[in-house]
Design a protein around this ligand. Structure first.
Ligand SMILES: [Zn+2]
Length: 316
């Protein structure tokens, strides 16, 4: 499933290709793609035709296109959704669900979704932030993300640290891939209790989350199951940089111990048993902080894009 770096890569492509253009015709080829729009297909089509796209925005794994400063087109890629920019004459994709033509007759925006877990909706009054997304926390690359509030909330939970990272009401945009990678960089076992984590360890974990997300955006995201592509249909290549995710049995890039997979919430957690020992308590916390220091330097030097660069107005 696409996580923040993949959705951000799509957002940047859409921003380049559709911002400032006026939607002409809307064609829904499969009603399931707009099932979240309660008034139905005809209303969806009528609401969007003739509307100008102001920008392309993202919160966590969701995208929205503000329209005429008032409303918005809301999108979620689900497991296999793709938002493609295609020449008007290009043949239909096998799993084409919704087609947007533009008044200028230029390239179309196409929503393609093999498994139809993703979808589009029209959000009345949703230009600034669709009401549908109000419950989703800011993501860690959002300039208004509150680090200290996050640290306090994580330490107040009684849960596994990986569950906290995946909780979209606490921090958004992170899924299995980047949770496992950030925990590896931090030297933390996925099942470590959040209540046992000292403040500096949580701050350091947040730093590693940001580093891995920014690096992944620099690579165009991770195309782990071959279904995620950018708006031009190309795959990301961050999967080559993954340290533990999907690598059970392969050597840990830091210490060489074989990466272990454990079941987690019907999915898996991947970790290095040497760098991320299971267990909890204050002693573990201090050890974690020490390990984190050395890993951090290494990760820093590898980062292709700095957070400041990511946050510059031009990049956003
Ligand atoms: Zn290791």
């Amino acid at each position: 499933m696409p996580e923040l770096p993949e959705v951000e890569t799509v957002r940047r492509g859409l921003d380049r290709w559709v911002t400032g253009r006026t939607i002409g015709t809307v064609e829904v080829l499969h009603p399931r793609a707009v099932r979240r729009h309660a008034p139905g297909v005809a209303d969806f089509v009528a609401a969007l035709a003739g509307r100008r796209v102001d920008a392309v925005r993202r919160r966590g794994k969701y995208l929205w296109l503000p329209l005429d400063g008032r409303d918005a087109l809301l999108g979620h890629l689900g497991m296999s959704g793709q938002l493609l920019v295609q020449p008007a004459g290009a043949p239909d994709e096998t799993h084409l669900r919704v087609r947007f033509g533009f008044a200028d007759g230029g390239p179309q925006l196409r929503f393609v979704d093999q498994r139809t877990f993703g979808g589009l909706a029209y959000s009345r009054g949703g230009a600034v932030l669709p009401a549908e997304l109000a419950h989703i926390a800011r993501d860690p690359l959002d300039p208004e993300f509150d680090d200290e509030a996050f640290v306090a909330r994580v330490r107040g939970r009684r849960t596994a640290v990986k569950r906290a990272l995946l909780d979209q009401t606490l921090i958004s945009g992170i899924g299995n891939i980047y949770a496992d990678e950030a925990l590896w960089r931090s030297g933390l076992y996925w099942g470590r209790g959040t209540g046992t984590l000292p403040c500096p360890v949580v701050r350091s974990l947040l730093g590693h989350v940001r580093e891995v997300l920014v690096e992944a955006i620099g690579s165009g995201g991770t195309s782990f199951d071959a279904l995620y592509v950018n708006v031009n249909g190309r795959s990301g290549y961050f999967d080559r940089s993954l340290a533990v995710y999907g690598r059970q049995g392969a050597p840990c890039p830091r210490c060489g111990a074989p990466v272990v997979r454990e079941p987690f919430a019907n999915r898996s957690s991947f970790f290095c048993p040497h760098c991320q020992p299971a267990g909890s308590g204050e002693g573990q916390g201090r050890g974690g902080a020490t390990r984190t220091g050395s890993v951090r330097l290494r990760a820093r030097s590898r980062a292709a894009v700095s957070l400041d660069e990511y946050r510059s107005p031009r990049a956003r």
